[in-house]
Every structure is written in structure tokens, then in C-alpha cells.
Design a protein around this ligand. Structure first.
Ligand SMILES: Cc1cc2nc3c(=O)[nH]c(=O)nc-3n(C[C@H](O)[C@H](O)[C@H](O)COP(=O)(O)OP(=O)(O)OC[C@H]3O[C@@H](n4cnc5c(N)ncnc54)[C@H](O)[C@@H]3O)c2cc1C
Length: 556
């Protein structure tokens, strides 16, 4: 088996690359994916996220290592395992991050990655159903839509923000990120719009593109310092090799790509040797610098019978399902995150570091089952955490899952900011807008007030927003912890790139699917030797912090 480009992983990034690289019929492209095709109905229904996560067919479902600051609790790290990768099982929230995130990348010596550089690629990727403008795309494969109609609890959330003194944004991915806004979603015509739907399906008829699902890449084959192919296990369990005449591109995600690099001899030399792997390039940054967005959920009883709970029970469950099957609309056509607030946790913070989203239903502890009552929940996402984790080999067997430790709350600033976030949720829910809905706080519970009590609640309840990233970070050649250069080329091995969420130098203050697709759009040009799109620098909002209480603080 031979191709010009062998891409490992048909996830958010891999699907973009497969499309863009095979657009020229002269390029032979082979895409290897460990998971099965994405033809299951549950992968199309936006509201079926829980069903996809409950199974193992389309989900790697890695068990994290015991988290030292969470009392040794393990957090499960779901990752997509099908065409579309994590974009086929994710929450469909589309938030790019703040302009300052990308300017931060440029300041970390990642030339060509400032906001003015990446904005044209976000636009090229996107068709925004709200209309194209200086920030939004109008002709790209990735369809991004707005929630319609707005759930009454979502409307209350927006109103509560205004009552608490916060500003609103009319486009969270446009001029102003900070404030209260409608969410954007990767949903089109009532169906999940994964990277496979957006990019792979339109290219699937090309004779120069071969897609091989259900094959597990085992390692990159390297000869004389150059990547020449990929060893993989086919669906029947046989070991085979794909030869790359031009390049091997790893797009196996923030877990899969650093894992494959280490299995191939690229990583911290002593760690590789300890597992019987001969080091080819000693890169201590492989598997280091793991970033994530921790997530904490406040659950509140709802006095009005407006939540989605009845729709999760028979016979209504059957009726809403039937409506989706017949018309692709109604409850099942939504991810149920209508609204968002991107806010600063404190006056010392330069731009938003907390993300709040409301779901008009609440789930039972450690479960995807709904609470058997009318209730809603507000997620507090810490979008610029200071703690860093790691990904390490369990052993040298490519079939063994790697060890993932996010080190949540390792940096005390993270707990401090999350506590402020929980207090801010309470302040919002206390606003008149929630007056007719507000019941008692179910979790963590109104009695949980002191820092020590809130810390205990964080230890018990903190989870992930599933934004693992930065485990093969890009950076300049002078940085020994950088794994790839700003064109995604792996330091120390020719003919090998990493193009996915793992190359972010620092996670953005947004949700990682859109940014990963942008990364792949941009690096597809680099791989093809095309010049980057011209910079675009529309002005972005730069106002003062809002929503301060009478004491001039962000939360009581
Ligand atoms: C449950 C969940 C909810 C999320 N919610 C959101 C959200 O609402 N909004 C948002 O923006 N982001 C969300 N994310 C994050 C976002 O989807 C990911 O950051 C993004 O999809 C990562 O893209 P990627 O290309 O780096 O990796 P992935 O999309 O994960 O793709 C990697 C692919 O490589 C394959 N692979 C791995 N190892 C191998 C191997 N050895 N051989 C062959 N194939 C291999 C995998 O099976 C997978 O298909 C969520 C993620 C999850 C898991």
C-alpha cells in the first residue's frame, strides 16, 4: 500500500487534510482510522451525545490516572473513534477562542499563528448560517448554526446576565467574545455536522483518496532519520505497512499522536528506553504540557415544568425521536446548549477565563441519566487553567492505552477561579430573571459556602470539557520542549508532521473542535507549499471588565 501522504486519524484535523490534500488529483492520499465508519444513526442525532458516550464502539473512553488533587479520583477521557473522530461524538459547541489566545501563540514564537493569521482560515472553513462578515465565513464546508427557538431557561440566563451588569455580544465568534451570547453549533439541517460530514464525505468519491477505517496505526516507520511509512494492524489483525512517498501526517489527536510518536521512538529518551523503545529523537515535550478545560456543574431544581426531563421518558421520548426521524427538527435536533457567557474571574484577568453554559436539564451524579425531576444545570468551564498534565506510555505495546493525568487543580489559581465561577453562577441564578424558575440548589448545595467546602465539592465533582490538547506543542527550534515547528514538522525527523489539537502551544479560551479544524486548514496549505492566506485584522472589542458587585468584585 503506497500513497504520497499517509494520514493517521480521521478526526477533526484528519478529515480536513484528507479533503484539502486530495483536491489535487496528482496527490495520492491514504487516510487510516482506528474506528469504524460513522454510519450509526446516533452519530447524526444532535441530542444523542450521551448514547454515544455510553458505548465503546465510537469512543476510546480512556480511564485517566488517579488525579492527585481530586482525592485520587479517575476522570474518564472520552475521545472519538470513528470517521470524524471526536467531532462525531462531541457537544457540537462552536467557539473559536479569543483573539488574544492566538496573539499569545505568536508571542510564544509560533510565527504565523497570530489572530490576523488564523482568522482567514477560520473563515475559509466555515459557512455561518448567521451570515458572512469580517469575522465569519460564508462558503466553507463546516456549517455553523444558531439555536432556534430559545429555551425559556436560556432566555432567563441571558436576561440574568444583563441584570447582573454584564454586556452582551451579538456574535461570540465575532467582534466581541466577552459577555452573554447565543451559542453557535456545528449542526446543519437538524443533523450533527462532524468533520467527516463536512470534509470527508464530499471528497469520498475521489479516486486519489483511500479511506481505511478499522485499522490501527502501530508506529511510524523511520529510516535514516526520515519517516517513510506507517505500520498498522488491519481489521483482520494482520500487520501491514503503508509507504509514504512524500509525508506521514499524524492527526490521531491529543492522545493518539503523542502516543504514536513515543511508540515510534520520538519522545523523552529515558522514558522510551524504560519501555524498551529505542529513541530516535529525544523530545522531552512529547506527552508533556497536557492542557484541558476542567468543568464543574451547578445543578438547580426548577419550579416550572419547562425542562427537558419529560422528553427523556416514554412516551414523549418516542415522539420526539419520531419527529426527528420524519422532520429533522424538535428536541432531538439540538445539543441543548443555547447560550453562553464568557467572563473574567477577576479584575487581574485580561480577558475571559471562565465559560458558563446552561443546559435545561440536569443529570444524576456520575451519570448521563437525567435527574428524575425538573432541574437545570450551569457548567463552569475554566478556560485558561494553569495546571498542566502529561501523557505517558503504560508499556511498549501499541495496543495498551497510554496513561493520562491532567493534574486538575494542581495550580492553586485554578481552584480559586473555579470557586469564583461557582459563586458567580449563584449570583446569576439569584437575579430576578430566574425568579419563577429558581428552586433549591441540588449540587453542590446551598450549604456549601466556605472556600474549604467549595474545594471539597470541586474534588468530588470536577470533570472535563474534553479539550485535551498541547501534548506535542509547536514552538521555535530554540525551545527544547517544542515537538513541532510552526509548520507542524516534527523536530529531529524528516517527512513527519503532526496536525491536530496536540500541537496547540496553549489551549485556547474556546472549544477545541473549531480551532483544530482551523489548524488543519492552515497546515494543509503549508503541506502543499502554498503561501498562507493574507492576514486580516478587523478590530476586536477591548472594553473594561463588567458585572462587578457593590464591593467592586466579580463574585460575592
Ligand atoms: C465528548 C466530547 C465532547 C466535546 N465537546 C466539544 C464541543 O462541544 N465543542 C468543541 O469545540 N470541542 C468539543 N470537544 C473537543 C473536540 O471535539 C476535539 O478537541 C477535536 O475533535 C480534536 O480533533 P483532533 O483531530 O485533534 O482529534 P480527534 O477528532 O479525536 O481525532 C483523532 C482520530 O484519530 C484516530 N486514532 C487515534 N489513534 C489512532 C491510531 N493509532 N491509528 C488510527 N487511528 C487513530 C481516532 O480514532 C480519531 O478518529 C469534545 C470532545 C469530546 C470527546
Amino acid at each position: 500500500m503506497e500513497a504520497d501522504y499517509v494520514i493517521v486519524g480521521a478526526g477533526s484535523a484528519g478529515c480536513v487534510l484528507a479533503n484539502r490534500l486530495s483536491a489535487d488529483p496528482a496527490n495520492r492520499v491514504l487516510l487510516l482510522e482506528a474506528g469504524p465508519p460513522d454510519d450509526a444513526l446516533s452519530l447524526k442525532i444532535p441530542s444523542a451525545m450521551a448514547a454515544n458516550l455510553a458505548g465503546r464502539k465510537h469512543n476510546w473512553a480512556f480511564d485517566g490516572e488517579p488525579e492527585p488533587r481530586l482525592g485520587g479520583r479517575r476522570v474518564r477521557h472520552d475521545r472519538g473513534k470513528t470517521l470524524g473522530g471526536s467531532s462525531s461524538i462531541n457537544g457540537m459547541v462552536y467557539i473559536r477562542g479569543h483573539a488574544a489566545d492566538y496573539d499569545g501563540w505568536r508571542q510564544m514564537d509560533c510565527a504565523g499563528w497570530g489572530y490576523a493569521d488564523v482568522l482567514p482560515y477560520f473563515k475559509r472553513a466555515e459557512t455561518f448560517e448567521g451570515g458572512a462578515d469580517a469575522f465569519r465565513g460564508g462558503a466553507g464546508p463546516l456549517h455553523v448554526s444558531l439555536p432556534r427557538p430559545l429555551h425559556p431557561l436560556s432566555a432567563a440566563f441571558l436576561k440574568a446576565g444583563a441584570e447582573a451588569g454584564y454586556g452582551a455580544s451579538d456574535d461570540i465568534n465575532g467582534y466581541r467574545q466577552e459577555g452573554f451570547a447565543l451559542l453557535n453549533r456545528t449542526i446543519r439541517g437538524g443533523e450533527r455536522w462532524s468533520a467527516a460530514r463536512a470534509y470527508l464525505r464530499p471528497a469520498s468519491g475521489r479516486p486519489n483518496l483511500t479511506v481505511r477505517p478499522e485499522v490501527l496505526a502501530l508506529r511510524v516507520e523511520i529510516e535514516d532519520g526520515r519517516a517513510v511509512g506507517v505500520a498498522f494492524r488491519d481489521a483482520a489483525g494482520g500487520c501491514r505497512r503503508a509507504t509514504a512517498c512524500k509525508e506521514v501526517v499524524l492527526s490521531a489527536g491529543a492522545v493518539g499522536s503523542p502516543h504514536l510518536l513515543m511508540l515510534s521512538g520520538i519522545g523523552p529518551a529515558a522514558h522510551l528506553q524504560a519501555h524498551g523503545i529505542v529513541p530516535i529523537a529525544d523530545r522531552p515535550g512529547v506527552g508533556a504540557n497536557l492542557n484541558d478545560h476542567p468543568d464543574f456543574v451547578v445543578k438547580i431544581a426548577c419550579k416550572q415544568p419547562v425542562t427537558l426531563w419529560p422528553d427523556t421518558r416514554w412516551p414523549r421520548k418516542g415522539l420526539v425521536g419520531l419527529r426527528w426521524l420524519l422532520r429533522r427538527d424538535g428536541v432531538c435536533a439540538s445539543n441543548h446548549f443555547d447560550v453562553v457567557a464568557c467572563l473574567r474571574s477577576g479584575k487581574e484577568v485580561a480577558y475571559p477565563d471562565l465559560q458558563f453554559t446552561l443546559a435545561p436539564i440536569a443529570t444524576a451524579p456520575d451519570s448521563w441519566d437525567p435527574l428524575e425531576m425538573h432541574a437545570f444545570q450551569i457548567h463552569v468551564g475554566l478556560m485558561r487553567a494553569h495546571s498542566r498534565g502529561s501523557l505517558r506510555l503504560t508499556d511498549g505495546d501499541p495496543l495498551s492505552a497510554p496513561k493520562i493525568r491532567a493534574n486538575y487543580l494542581d495550580d492553586p489559581r485554578d481552584g480559586d477561579r473555579l470557586r469564583r465561577g461557582v459563586r458567580l453562577v449563584r449570583r446569576l441564578v439569584d437575579m430576578p430573571a430566574f425568579g419563577s424558575y429558581r428552586g433549591k440548589e441540588i449540587f453542590p448545595g446551598a450549604e456549601v459556602q466556605s472556600d474549604a467546602q467549595l474545594d471539597a465539592a470541586l474534588r468530588a465533582g470536577l470533570g472535563t470539557q474534553w479539550h485535551l490538547s498541547c501534548t506535542a506543542k509547536m514552538g521555535p527550534a530554540s525551545d527544547p520542549t517544542a515537538v513541532v515547528d510552526p509548520a507542524g514538522r516534527v523536530y529531529g525527523v524528516a517527512g513527519l508532521r503532526v496536525v491536530d489539537a496536540s500541537i496547540m502551544p496553549e489551549v485556547v479560551n474556546g472549544n477545541t473542535n473549531g480551532p483544530t479544524i482551523m489548524i488543519a486548514e492552515k497546515l494543509s496549505d503549508a503541506i502543499l507549499g502554498k503561501p498562507p492566506l493574507p492576514q486580516e485584522s478587523p478590530a476586536v472589542w477591548d472594553g473594561p471588565i463588567e458585572g462587578l458587585d457593590e464591593e467592586g468584585e466579580t463574585a460575592p
